[in-house]
Structures are given as C-alpha cells and as structure tokens.
Design a protein around this ligand. Structure first.
Ligand code: ATP
Ligand code: MG
Length: 498
C-alpha cells in the first residue's frame, strides 16, 4: 500500500488530572475513510481537536504527506488542508449562512470580494449537498439538519485534503444523510482523507474502509472494516465484560392519567393537540423532522409560547388544570439542544445536575444549598449513569459530548418528576450508554412515571414505547398500540392516508 497521507504518532494530551490521550497512533491514506470509534469520553474529539489545531498535544508528531506538520491553531490546520465538522454546532446563529461560510475562511479578503461572487460560491457549495435554501437567511432560522449541512458546506468549500466529521449525522434526516454519504463518496474518489466519528456503527461499516478503536485514550484495535464485525467493534470499545445488551421490554399495565393535554395550539406549528399520558407508560412520539415533535415537548413546559390550550396534571391523585408554565413543576424535560437550553457550560457538573432540584437541597435551617448533600446525591447519579468525569466540580464544558448528555438525564433522575419529556435522550451516546438509558426509561415507567419520548431512531422508538403517537405538520394524525409495525408509523408520519 502507498504511504499514508496522514500519520499521527504517539499523541498525548492531558487536561489537569485527566489523561485524555495516552499515546495514540493513527494513519490514514488518501481516498479512504477511516472510522474513529470509541465509547463516550474515549478521546475521539480530543484527538481530532489536536489534528484540527484546537489543542496542542503534550507529546507526539503529526505528519502530512511524510512531512512534519505545524498545526498550532485552527487557521494553520486549515491552511494545511484540514477541515473539521465539529460535534457541537460552531456557527453564529444570528449571522447569515453566507457570512458564516465566508467569515472563517477569508476574513482578510472579505472587503475585496464582491458580494454576488460570495453568494454564488455559497450557492454552489450548498448545491453540492443538495440544499436549496437562500444563503442570505440567518443560520438560526434553519432546521437543525440544514444548519448541519451549512457546517458541512463550510468544510468542503476549502477543498481540504483531510475532512474530519465528528458525529455529522445526529441531526440529519435520512434524505440529508444519504446526500452526505454521496458527497463523502465523491470526496473519497477525489483523493480526500475522511475521518469519520459516529456512534452509529452501521454508518461506519457502510462508509469506511478502515477503523481505529480508542478506549480510555488508547488505541485498542482496528483494521480493515471487512475483517471486523459489529460485535468485535463493540467488544473493543467497551471491553467484553461490559457489553450490555438491551433487555427485552416487559409489557406494562398503564395506570391513571398523569397528564392530559387539551387543545394545545400554536399558530402554524401545533394544531389543536389532544392526548393523555398515563402513569407507568412510555409513549413514543414519532414524526418527520419539522412535524412539531420538539415544539410540542417544549410548549408543554412553557419553553415555547402557545396560543391556546390547557394541561391537566395529576396532583395528589386529582387532575388539576394548569397553564404550561406552572405544570412544569411536575415535569422534567431533556431538550434536544443540550448546549442552549440544557446545560450551564461553565458551571460544575454537580450544579448542573442538581439545578432542577434546588428547593430539595436547601437546608431546612440555613437557607443555602447544602453542598455536601448536593455532591453526594450527584455522585450517586454519576455512578448510576457511568458519567466519565474527573471531579464533580469540573465545569460541564470539559466533558465529552456524550457525557454532557448524561448529565442532563441525571438532573431529571434526581428530581424524579411525574412526567418526563425526552427529546432525543440517547443522541450522541455510545452503544452501551444508549442501552443503559433505554433501561432507565423502562425503570422510570415501572416506578410509575409517565414518559413522552422523541427519537429519530425508529427502532429505538419501536422498542421502548408502550404506545405510539404520530405527528404530521403539527397535527396528531395517528395513534398505535405496541405491536404496530414500523411501516404503519412511517406511513402515518408521511401523511399517507390522512
Ligand atoms: N477541555 C477539557 N478539560 C478537561 N477535560 C477534558 C477537556 N476536553 C476533554 N476532556 C476530557 O477528555 C476525555 C476525552 O473526551 P473526548 O471529548 O475526546 O471524548 P469523545 O471520545 O469525543 O466522547 P463522546 O463520544 O462522548 O463525544 C474526557 O474524559 C473529557 O472529560
Ligand atoms: Mg466527542
């Protein structure tokens, strides 16, 4: 085989007491896609941040085309032909698509380039991805999937030699995903190195030629995709002894009504929604992107405004009518966008976990937060959810993407509300953690909570729910009992037969 274009040798990176990378070695050839696989907190994003010039390694070399590369800043990395599609959105939502696409690449040329040329270049880049929206719209006004496409457009516009994709598909629809995969195919044929990070192992198997598996900051294996199996990769990732499987879901008997939604509406988004959630049941909410799934969850707790409707919530065994803002006391929400709505990034893990529960933690005699209790309660959930941290006082910003997601879930477990609303609760989690969260969802229902869960993973929705509700353009168009088929749900969501 030819000489690898990219060589990362013995890369070490330490953050205080945490040794995130303990001498990682990785090679990739021109025109191949390399899957970078590992559990939450294994060091994937850190390794790519080193390649992308975001972090300086403590030790180790990076060679591009056989030459030692200087990658001391993201700009230097970009000039060396490295583009990075980040795990978390890195664009400015109040700026236009065109400005976001250009500002990072050509800041000094901005004044000299004609506006029309900029717009044409943006349209061309977006068209390669099959996007038809106008580059003058604000990024914040686009759907999460389209925002992600803009990030990808920004990466491919520079004609890089290496493109890093850090979980690029977690907010894409299946059509957008297919377009991304086509573009990756074309990039490979043009000789680009692709480094692909995803917790969806089927994507890694479909797209990549080779894999490198990291565990706790070390390379533990890899090889040609054709020589690996799904089971072998999982074993490398989490260790044979830890591989936990999804347990078979028991049939549950739902109890009394916990939440009744009557005529919830919001102009153009939610149309006269009526449904109930019962204690002890998991209801899966299915619908296409843009059908109003997240908006429904958000309006139930008053995060989004509504134009009408009422909630009844079971308080001491009696249904009480309450506007969403007040009903929120009995509800917990895991939002889709953990960075904007969910987490206080500079604050410690323990504060982020206890914030929903503060009244409980304020001492009876002294009116301030009981720090020791806060820590001990948080520690329990850190262990239960296997959240990988060095210290409870560590800012949540320094956790890996998947571990940040677990902190939000832990927050609501602490509060133990009557109704849980969960928007993509397993997004960004590794295969083991996904199974653990699904088991927790079951346990919560068995303990008597009512859960409404949104997931874009149809298999996940099918397996965890006792009942399915289907949304289409803000309207509830169907309800199915457990045992319904995937096709029935998909057809209802697409508006077939309505
Ligand atoms: N800035 C930082 N300060 C302190 N620790 C950090 C920092 N960045 C990362 N870490 C730690 O380094 C380890 C590796 O994190 P990294 O983000 O690379 O994981 P990952 O493999 O990308 O996981 P995920 O699949 O959850 O995204 C984690 O323990 C994380 O908490
Ligand atoms: Mg990561």
């Amino acid at each position: 085989m030819s000489q690898p274009f990219l060589q990362m040798r013995n890369i070490r990176k330490r953050f205080g007491a945490v040794e995130a990378l303990k001498g990682v070695t990785l090679e990739a050839h021109a025109g191949e896609a390399l899957a970078l696989i590992g559990a939450n907190g294994a060091g994937k994003s850190t390794l790519m941040n080193v390649l992308g010039g975001v972090y300086a390694p403590d030790e180790g070399d990076i060679l591009l085309g056989g030459q030692t590369a200087r990658l001391h800043s993201p700009l230097e990395a970009e000039r060396s032909g490295i583009a990075f599609v980040h795990q978390e959105m890195a664009m400015l939502p109040t700026m236009s698509v065109a400005d976001n696409l250009f500002i990072s690449h050509f800041p000094t040329q901005m004044g000299r380039i004609k506006r029309t040329e900029v717009l044409d270049a943006c349209r061309a880049a977006l068209q390669r991805l099959g996007c038809t929206f106008d580059p003058r719209v604000r990024v914040g006004d686009l759907s999460p999937g389209d925002q992600q496409m803009v990030e990808i457009a920004r990466a491919i516009m520079t004609d890089p030699k290496i493109i890093i994709f850090d979980e690029p598909t977690s907010s894409l629809t299946s059509r957008e995903k297919q377009r991304l995969f086509d573009v990756i195919g074309a990039l490979k044929r043009a000789g680009t190195v692709i480094i692909y990070i995803s917790h969806f192992l089927d994507e890694a198997f479909a797209l990549c030629e080779r894999a490198v598996v990291l565990r706790n900051g070390e390379t533990v294996g890899g090889g040609m995709m054709g020589d690996l199996t799904y089971a072998r990769v999982v074993e490398l990732m989490i260790g044979a002894q830890n591989a936990s499987a999804d347990r078979e879901q028991q049939t549950r008997q739902p109890g009394a009504v916990a939440l009744q939604v009557e005529g919830l509406r919001r102009e153009g988004v939610l149309r006269d929604l009526r449904f109930s959630l019962h204690k002890g049941e998991v209801v899966g909410l299915w619908g296409l992107l843009g059908s109003g799934r997240s908006e429904l969850l958000r309006s139930l707790v008053g995060l989004d405004p509504i134009d009408g409707g009422m909630l009844r919530i079971a308080v001491n065994g009696e249904l009480r009518a309450l506007p969403p803002g007040e009903a929120r006391r009995w509800m917990g929400i895991v939002t889709e966008n953990r960075r904007d709505d969910g987490l206080l990034l500079p604050m410690p893990v323990k504060t982020n976990m206890s914030i929903a529960n503060l009244p409980e933690l304020i001492g009876r005699i002294y009116p301030f937060v009981d720090g020791r209790r806060e820590a001990s309660v948080s520690q329990t959930y850190v262990e239960r959810l296997k959240i990988k941290i060095a210290d409870l006082r560590q800012p949540v910003r320094t956790l890996s993407g998947g571990n940040q997601q677990k902190v939000i879930v832990g927050r609501w477990l602490q509060k133990a509300p009557l109704v849980y609303l969960m928007d993509e609760p397993t997004r960004g989690l590794d295969v083991g953690a996904k199974a653990e969260i699904r088991a927790i969802i079951s346990e919560l229902a068995e303990a008597g909570a009512a859960l409404l869960v949104v997931s874009s993973d149809i298999d996940e929705i099918m397996s965890i729910s006792d009942r399915y509700l289907v949304l289409n353009r803000g309207r509830l168009v169907a309800e199915f009992p457990r045992g319904a088929s995937k096709n029935e749900l998909m057809a209802a969501a697409a508006g077939v037969g309505t």
